[in-house]
Design a protein. Structure first.
Length: 700
């Protein structure tokens, strides 16, 4: 069928082995590094095949920010009471906000210095979900009445996050531990909250009387605490599973008792006390407090963040959050070199290519796995294939191709080029042929869901070669993957990481091609069994852990990254390779083991769907998120007999509003029982969206 093409098969694709060996080590280490920038240096000198420029022995674990107890500040000095609405305000300040208010749907995030882990956790949550917010670091900036409202009818925020109760910090002048806000600022905040019906969430707080709580003992960051939702908590934390065990780890905190049940409700508790509570202050202000520390990397913090934000915004907010998992398996139909258990190195003399039995077992496993996922899930695995590997002149085994045909619609396919020739020095014609020859074969074989406009280039090559890019465009390519481990520092001209959350990059040499950043995992390209995976992992990370890990431990460690991506709502695809699909026994593969390890952890917390998008779908979401980040959306709740949501943007973008079902104004998608309306906005456009009175959630 393609006899002339086989001639192009040089040594290049076979040498992917040597490259990919380094690559898979490098990406694992750098992938971890990008998450561990704030960790202390370690003393690991694991030397296995690290290229010279790769930092040695970076831990293959998520970072741990130091979590400290809170030093109690004297709240008597921090005035927090206000007159009730309608009362005469002796200070004559903000309580004049009255009548039909205009409430900007924006969160005010208060930190002391901005280094508090809880502050970083809250900021990361708002960034990921896409909620408009403004930060104020009280050590550097004064909170004024004018910043909060116009004192007449305009409220500048709809909710407040206080990173740590009392915003304690070491005053650099006095050396004393004190609140970064003075009593007048606390009073302004309370006045504003009362006047504007703004809820206040304390991400990590001391359980004081101002929350209707009393302390019942503290714990340090080494103490594991397993907690559950109370009945009230189940109604408040709608995305978290009712029966979830919330595992607080690596975080200091306090247990509390409720001093006044008529004003304070426990939401999360363990056997020893209350860990999250809601409180209504005498002046009507609504407060929520978590008495356990958080950080952007801690599971419990990310698990709870969506419902924290949902409560703070009364269930309607700009932004959205989904769980995505999009694995891509490279090199289907090709063989590659494998890890040698005897020498503990990659061995080019050992070549392996999965068979039809492996592919069929994988397909069977995937169907079973899909059935275990929550309703609405769309989990799928994308197989990036090289058509040359289907030729019997290349591989005598015919079972793999037969199994691919038999699987039909049950497998999803994408382009990895005809013969895996590295495209860094390809001519336009060569690149065009590499892409389009494979498209022709895919169409001839009727490979399900294949589209020539999506490409995983071999070794992520060709992205800095203007000729190769032109050849890709000639063939209709719209999106390629980039490598998240290639940071700005490594390649300033065209980094492969996300410039911001869930955003990729238009290729700088050819902006018609969008680069979708893809995460590596520690499931190495050259392993197919638990034994080889574990041996390679231990060879690389033995010095870090100080011992060898078992296969179960390797899966447990590396699935933390997959869980982290899922919990964050990270949309980047994940990289795996054909050898990982081998049926090593009982229909199992190390790829399937990794996916299940991730999903099993996720499913203990959530029954929200796990979504897989095809590459151009991810590209579309990323481009939309990039435009959204740049369009300066302002959403304002306008009160009145017919309340409206007023949207303004300075540039064209699509604004997702969760908690709003307004099909006349945009597509409404329901996820985990909540609607999100995607509203298309033009430059400098204003749209007024009528709201049902109930949907504002305001009861004043
Ligand atoms: Zn490949």
């Amino acid at each position: 069928m393609f006899p002339s093409l086989t001639a192009r098969r040089g040594v290049a694709w076979r040498s992917l082995c040597a490259f990919a060996m380094r690559f898979s080590v490098l990406v694992s280490i750098l992938g971890a590094l990008s998450l561990t920038a704030c960790m202390a240096d370690d003393d690991d000198h694991s030397s296995h095949q690290h290229p010279g420029h790769v930092p040695q022995g970076t831990p293959p674990e998520l970072p741990r920010l130091q979590s400290k107890p809170l030093t109690r500040l004297d709240t008597a000095k921090l005035a927090r009471s206000t007159a009730r609405m309608g009362d005469v305000d002796p200070t004559g300040s903000i309580e004049r906000v009255s009548g039909n208010r205009r409430i900007t749907q924006k969160v005010l995030l208060l930190g002391a210095t901005g280094t508090e882990p809880a502050y970083l956790a809250a900021k990361a949550a708002l960034d990921r979900i896409g909620v408009p917010y403004r930060t104020l670091l009280a050590a550097n900036e004064t909170l004024t009445d004018a910043l909060l409202s116009d004192g007449i009818s305009q409220c500048h925020f709809s909710g407040v996050i206080v990173a740590t109760s009392s915003l304690g910090y070491v005053n650099p002048t006095s050396g004393a531990w004190e609140s970064a806000m003075d009593p007048a600022e606390w009073q302004s905040l309370a006045d504003f909250e009362a006047a504007c019906s703004a809820r206040e969430l304390t991400w990590y707080g001391w359980p004081g009387a101002e929350y209707g709580l009393a302390p019942a003992g503290g714990f340090d960051w080494t103490t594991p605490v397993d907690a559950t939702l109370t009945a009230a908590g189940k109604t408040q934390f709608v995305r978290v599973r009712d029966n979830a065990t919330i595992k607080y780890r690596n975080a200091a905190g306090y247990r509390a008792t409720i001093t006044n049940p008529s004003t304070t409700t426990a939401l999360v508790t363990d056997a020893g006390g209350v860990l999250v509570a809601a409180h209504t202050a005498p002046d009507g202000r609504e407060l929520m407090i978590s008495t356990v520390d958080g950080s952007p990397y801690l599971t419990h913090s990310i698990v709870l963040e969506y419902d924290f934000v949902r409560w703070l915004t009364r269930g309607m907010f700009v932004g959205k959050k989904r769980a995505y998992m999009t694995p891509q398996i490279d090199d289907l139909f090709l063989a590659n070199d494998m890890w040698n258990l005897a020498t503990h190195t990659n061995d080019p003399t050992v070549q392996f290519r999965i068979t039809g039995t492996d592919l069929t077992a994988f397909s069977t496993w995937q169907r079973g796995f899909q059935q275990r996922l929550p309703a609405g899930s769309s989990f799928d695995t994308w197989l990036a294939f090289n058509g040359m590997g289907t030729l019997t002149s290349e591989y005598s085994d015919t079972t793999l191709l037969a199994a691919a045909r038999t699987a039909g619609n049950r497998l999803s396919w994408m382009n990895h080029t005809w013969d895996h020739e590295n495209l860094d020095n390809a001519t336009r014609a060569q690149a065009r042929a590499e892409v389009s020859d494979n498209c022709r074969l895919a169409n001839q074989m009727r490979l399900a869901r294949f589209n020539c406009n999506e490409l995983v280039s071999p070794d992520v090559s060709g992205l800095n070669n203007v000729n190769a890019l032109a050849g890709m465009v000639d063939s209709g390519v719209l999106s390629v993957v980039s490598d998240t481990s290639i940071t700005e520092a490594i390649r300033p001209s065209n980094p492969g990481n996300n410039p911001s959350f869930n955003v990729g990059r238009a290729n700088p040499l050819n902006p018609r091609i969008y680069q979708v950043p893809r995460h590596p995992t520690s499931i190495f390209y050259d392993v197919s069994t638990p034994e080889t995976e574990t041996d390679e992992y231990n060879t690389i990370y033995r010095n870090y852990y100080g011992r060898d890990l078992s296969y179960a431990e390797v899966l447990d460690k590396d699935s933390e990254f997959g869980l982290y991506y899922l919990l964050q709502g990270d949309i980047d695809p994940l990289m795996f390779h054909q050898a990982n699909l081998k049926n090593y026994g009982n229909g199992r593969s190390i790829y399937g083991d990794w996916v299940e390890a991730v999903a099993n952890k996720y499913l203990t917390y959530f029954d929200a769907p796990i979504l897989t998008l095809r590459q151009n779908g991810i590209s579309g979401e990323m481009q939309a998120r990039g435009k959204f980040n740049a369009c300066n959306v302002t959403a304002t709740l306008v009160e009145g007999l017919a309340p409206t949501l007023e949207l303004r943007t300075t540039a064209g973008c699509v604004v997702p509003v969760t908690g709003l079902a307004a099909s006349s104004y945009g597509a409404v998608e329901t996820y985990a029982g909540e609607p999100t309306t995607s509203i298309t906005m033009g430059a400098n456009q204003t749209k007024l969206i009528p709201l049902a009175t109930a949907s504002t959630g305001l009861t004043r």
